[in-house]
Design a protein around this ligand. Structure first.
Ligand code: ASP
Ligand code: MG
Length: 425
């Protein structure tokens, strides 16, 4: 049993879907489950639509919805020249559910509404892919991930009930895959009351890992628009290298610090079952990519993860007490309550400093609450670089023309918060 995951970039147009079908044909003898994300940038668009709807901007909501529909029907036209094909009706019916929802003023909790709307991206993408695979001669079956991935009702960030999920997958999914290629959605799950949940942005990798783990798959392959895991993002670094072999441990560390190639939650489930994860290029399916396995090998080269728009917050207790357990637990729970993720942190006797992604709305509320008991200083417009397997030379290289505000080192990882001097005011 192989599990394949195709992200939005791989199915952003009709050619992408045709390419996916060609990749599937390279594995005629294998049992396959294919996990697919929403097409192209549809999740962003559906997010914008949800926001508009929640803000009561009717015209904007309908405009965005028309764009979502037009985009998918544009792809259908190219893939299914025969307009009588049942997929047209199927997709139209899926959209009707959103139509009904946005007809009425928002009444339910925003996160719940978000999940009911945004999940439609995955529903329609998989219907299109499954229908095309069948047309193309593969014995494909569309499967509703909400019947298998069982979550609680923590909308937008559903927590997986592993026991139930494993049961559903083993009893009701595995038998189907004996005879048919399964096509299902990443990113979405269902509650015990059959409401739709999502697992957090970019969560399709995680879905694929859950399926692979519960199916005891032979391997999981994530098909990407890059040749594999690189040691840095080409967006920020001129010279990048593909990493041919990566340990689960290093993969988790890189993903955790923000390497966007794999979702951080992906590795653990497959590591527990010792299932290899292959990262491959959907443009060059024959090429080697990155194999992530239990190997003990360290990364052959230092790896860099770069984040911009960082805010460095320094927190000082107003009563001049030291930063000790009590203050820290207070501070952490404030971050937790505001759903603000800490990218790096450092404490001294009288201050605690953290770097976070800049989100003006969240930042303001967080600072307000922190300010009740603490003196708070912060600095915006910063950069954070994380170097895995650093040495002085690599640190020097990334800090040219930068003012270093914070540096945190562990044995293998160094994190630096800095300000670009060339843009500094
Ligand atoms: N479509 C979802 C997103 O863009 C999930 C994913 O692509 O992994 O966040
Ligand atoms: Mg995506």
């Amino acid at each position: 049993m192989l599990v394949f995951k195709f992200g939005g970039a791989s199915v952003k147009d009709a050619e992408g879907v045709i390419n996916l079908a060609q990749i599937v044909k390279r594995y005629p003898k294998e049992k396959l489950l294919i996990v697919v994300s929403a097409m192209g940038k549809m999740t962003n668009k559906l997010e914008a639509l949800t926001r508009a709807y929640l803000h009561g901007e009717e015209e904007e909501t309908h405009q965005l919805f028309e764009e979502v529909k037009a985009y998918h029907f544009g792809i259908l036209e190219k893939l299914f020249p025969d307009h009588q094909h049942p997929v047209y009706n199927d997709i139209a019916n899926s959209f009707v559910e959103v139509d009904w929802l946005i007809e009425e003023a928002p009444d339910d909790a925003p996160d719940y509404i978000y999940d009911q709307i945004v999940s439609i991206g995955e529903i329609v993408s998989t219907k299109i892919v499954a229908a095309y695979l069948s047309l193309d001669g593969s014995n494909a079956k569309w499967l509703d991930a909400r019947n298998f991935i069982q979550t609680d009702n923590n909308y937008r960030e559903g927590n997986v009930n592993w026991e139930k999920t494993e049961q559903e997958i083993q009893h009701n999914l595995a038998p189907v895959l004996e005879h048919q290629i399964g096509v299902t959605q990443g990113f979405i799950g269902g509650t015990s009351e059959n409401f739709t949940t999502t697992l957090g942005r970019e969560g399709s990798d995680y879905s694929a890992a859950i399926f692979a783990s519960c199916l005891n798959a032979q391997s999981l392959t994530i098909w990407k628009d890059v040749p594999g895991v690189l040691n840095a993002d080409p967006k920020w670094f001129d010279e990048t290298e593909r990493i041919p072999q990566l340990s689960y441990h290093d993969a988790i560390e890189l993903a955790y610090y923000g390497a966007t190639v794999i979702h951080p939650k992906t590795i653990k489930p497959i590591q527990n079952k010792n299932i290899p994860l292959y990262v491959r290029s959907f443009l060059h399916p024959e090429a080697e990519g990155t194999d992530i396995t239990a190997s003990e090998n360290q990364l052959p080269v230092p790896s860099f993860i770069f984040k911009v728009q960082q805010v460095l917050i320094s927190i000082f207790p107003k009563d001049f007490s030291f930063i000790i357990e009590e203050n820290l637990s207070d501070i952490f729970s404030l971050f937790h309550n505001h759903k603000v993720k800490i990218n790096t942190m450092l404490n001294s006797a009288i201050s605690f400093s953290v770097s976070i992604d800049e989100d003006p709305e969240k930042l303001q509320k967080l600072i307000e609450e922190l300010s009740v008991h603490y003196k708070v200083k912060y600095n915006t417009g910063l950069e954070l670089v994380t170097i895995r397997y650093y040495n002085q030379q690599t640190i020097d290289r990334v800090t040219v023309n930068k003012n270093i505000l914070l540096e945190v080192k562990s044995r293998h990882t160094c994190q630096i918060v800095m300000k670009d001097q060339t843009t500094a005011a």
